[in-house]
Design a protein around this ligand. Structure first.
Ligand code: ZN
Length: 129
């Protein structure tokens, strides 16, 4: 699985990735350098941290919350795409659907169905035997 920045968004502010806007990420979430700086400052002193503990939606208008919906959907899709890539890596390593299902707390069949239905890759995997 290769990291491809194009099409990725910052999971914290929604900006698009670009070669000039570097991202850090993990498990499908991405964060831009500006958000890293903002959150680093936010956590820099106990007073700043205490001031930042209120949920941001308490201060948001209904329109602001509605405007955030597409970014939340895009972040969810980004994480789901990463999850499918991660499971693909596990399959390439020879990990069985049984083991993947066990790790996720679902049956082998449920794991197979989740990760092979609507699969973006042209080669669908055969049903687990
Ligand atoms: Zn950001």
């Amino acid at each position: 699985m290769e990291f491809i920045g194009a099409g990725k968004i910052c999971s914290f502010c929604g900006v698009d990735w670009s070669p000039q806007r570097r991202f850090a990420g993990g498990f499908g979430a991405q964060i831009c350098a500006e958000c890293i700086a903002r959150y680093s400052d936010m956590f820099s002193t106990p007073a700043k941290l205490k001031a930042a503990t209120r949920p941001p939606w308490n201060e948001m208008s209904n329109e602001q919350m509605l405007d955030s919906l597409p970014d939340i959907v895009a972040t969810s899709e980004q994480v789901d795409e990463f999850l499918h890539g991660w499971v693909g890596l596990l399959r390439e390593r020879g990990i069985s659907w049984q083991e993947i299902g066990l790790a996720l707390g679902v049956s082998r069949q449920a794991a197979w169905e989740r990760f092979t239905r609507g699969k973006r890759s042209p080669a669908r995997e055969a049903e687990p035997g």
